[in-house]
Design a protein around this ligand. Structure first.
Ligand code: GLN
Length: 486
């Protein structure tokens, strides 16, 4: 039976809280659907049947005793395998962490569980979150639920596919350069990368610390609003987490798109967007105009350098963050090493895949003496110019809108031979990470039966405007109601 698998997180939480449904039944149905369908989709790397059912029964017991559970009572959730849960495996999609069982739980996961959510399992991802297709996973390839011969996007492809395939109504991903928004777009669901600092990174395996953010995948904007209120807030374990007020995002949806000024960087969009994607984008803008938004032209002149800047900053930080995988402190250790140097070398040679190695080499190069000023320092300066471009634009508008990607999901293998082609997947998503601003992708139509997304970017800490605008689009369209054929 899969009766509850089509419900949104908000619906499940309301019905479990009112004891119309039991958390245990909801959990069983989702676990049964994973058992039946995930052999084809391959969204999960691990599933925790017993733990999930035990927690669901605990939620039911609390409710039976008349105590209230949080706003996510009984909501099944899938977690990208880059977030730690005490005692359970965290592979990060890498052989080097194959046997790693962290001794602590990520704050984001802890907050979900405290709100009553039920963790079903951990999802597939590009190794160390490096990639745009999930093909860089050391373990398996995840299929796009709309066409299993195509990629779900990446790096959080497993989480996006799980939500699109109705294996969970809610999943966590991480977004360093687009890894929530791009897979959300390619899988036809909602993905929200919050402002840098909104969600604690404690217990998140670091890729590029000045860019990494945790965020949700959902099948409705309302669900994204609901879970944001749970996840946001200061955490003493993460010095970069922000002590900013957390509004009631669900209440904020009421305002819709009325009065929202949407800036469109038309000249930036000329670059290589598929005409059918552009048509869906224009149609979404027309819907929002009807709902009371106004369109303005904006220019973001430095965005043309965003990809180059991102691949310097991100690889530099990655090369430093990944130095800790030395065969001594974590996971894999090469068995035949003769001395310390060969222990490091062989462990890293066996443990890391080709994309991770490419980035460590690139990052080490841009940080090395003699090149540091020419690459890393210059990239930091351009990063500042990109942030200023947005500050200027937000003087004239409340939101900047673009398509999330230039095209719908591509086939397996289509871009693996040419890393630069893969990097270009991120052309519209990386600017938000460089600027630290929030970005949301919402379904905005289909191209040859494959979903595409509208990206909305906002001022720092103004996720509310993104959510209410996306809610207006959702209310006037039925793209989000289409079910992936799995
Ligand atoms: N695709 C980008 C990269 O490969 C972004 C990844 C991410 O956001 N984690 O770096």
């Amino acid at each position: 039976m899969t009766g509850t698998c089509e419900l949104t997180a908000s619906d499940i939480a309301a019905r479990v809280a009112s004891r119309d449904l039991s958390a245990e039944a909801v959990t069983r149905e989702h676990l049964a659907r994973i058992e039946a369908v995930d052999g084809k989709v391959n969204a999960f790397l691990s599933v925790f049947n017993e733990r999930a059912l035990e927690r669901a029964r605990a939620v039911d017991a609390e409710l039976a005793a008349g105590r209230s559970v949080g706003p996510l009572a009984g909501v099944p959730v899938a977690i990208k395998d880059v977030l730690d849960i005490e005692g359970l495996p965290t592979t990060c999609g890498s052989k080097i962490l194959e046997d790693y069982h962290p001794p602590f739980t990520a704050t984001a996961v802890r907050r979900l569980e405290q709100a009553g959510a039920i963790v079903l399992g951990k999802t597939n991802m590009d190794e160390f979150a490096m990639g745009s297709s999930t093909e860089n996973s050391a373990y398996k390839k995840t299929g796009n639920p709309w066409d299993l011969a195509r990629v779900p996007g990446g790096s959080s492809g497993g989480s996006a596919a799980a939500v699109a395939a109705r294996l969970a109504p809610l999943a966590l991903g991480t977004d360093t350069g687009g890894s929530i928004r791009q897979p959300a777009a390619l899988c036809g669901i909602v993905g929200l990368k919050p402002t840098y600092g909104r969600i604690s990174r404690y217990g998140l395996v670091a890729f590029a610390s000045s860019l990494d953010q945790v965020g949700p995948f959902t099948r409705s904007v309302r669900d994204a609003a609901l879970v944001s209120s749970v996840l946001y807030g200061k955490d003493p374990h993460d010095a970069t987490s922000a002590d900013e007020p957390v509004p009631d995002f669900v209440a904020a949806l009421e305002a819709g798109a009325a009065g929202v000024r949407i800036g469109v960087p038309w000249s930036f969009l000329e670059k290589g967007v598929k005409p059918e994607v552009m048509a869906a984008f224009r149609q979404a803008l027309a819907v929002l105009e009807k709902a009371g938004a106004t369109l303005v032209d904006v220019t973001l002149p430095h965005l043309q350098h965003a990809i180059a800047t991102y691949y310097i900053v991100a690889t530099a930080e990655a090369s430093s963050n990944l130095a800790r995988y030395d065969g001594v402190r974590y996971g894999l250790r090469a068995g035949q090493a003769r001395d310390l140097k060969s222990l490091y070398g062989e462990t890293r040679d066996h443990g890391f895949g080709p994309e991770v190695k490419r980035r460590i080499i690139l990052g080490t190069f841009v940080l090395s003496s003699g090149y540091y000023d020419a690459y890393y320092v210059r990239a930091q300066k351009v990063r500042t110019l990109i942030r200023r471009d947005f500050e200027t634009a937000f003087g004239a508008c409340d939101i900047v809108a673009t398509p999330t990607t230039t095209a719908p999901a591509f086939r397996f293998g289509e871009k693996t031979a040419d890393p630069l082609q893969m990097y270009l997947e991120d052309i519209f998503t990386v600017p938000a990470n460089l600027a630290g601003i929030p970005g949301l992708s919402a379904p905005c139509g289909f191209v040859s039966g494959l979903p595409v997304g509208l990206q909305l970017l906002g001022r720092p800490f103004d996720e509310a405007t993104l959510l209410r605008t996306a809610a207006a689009l959702e209310a006037a369209t039925d793209h989000h109601r289409q079910l992936a054929p799995v």
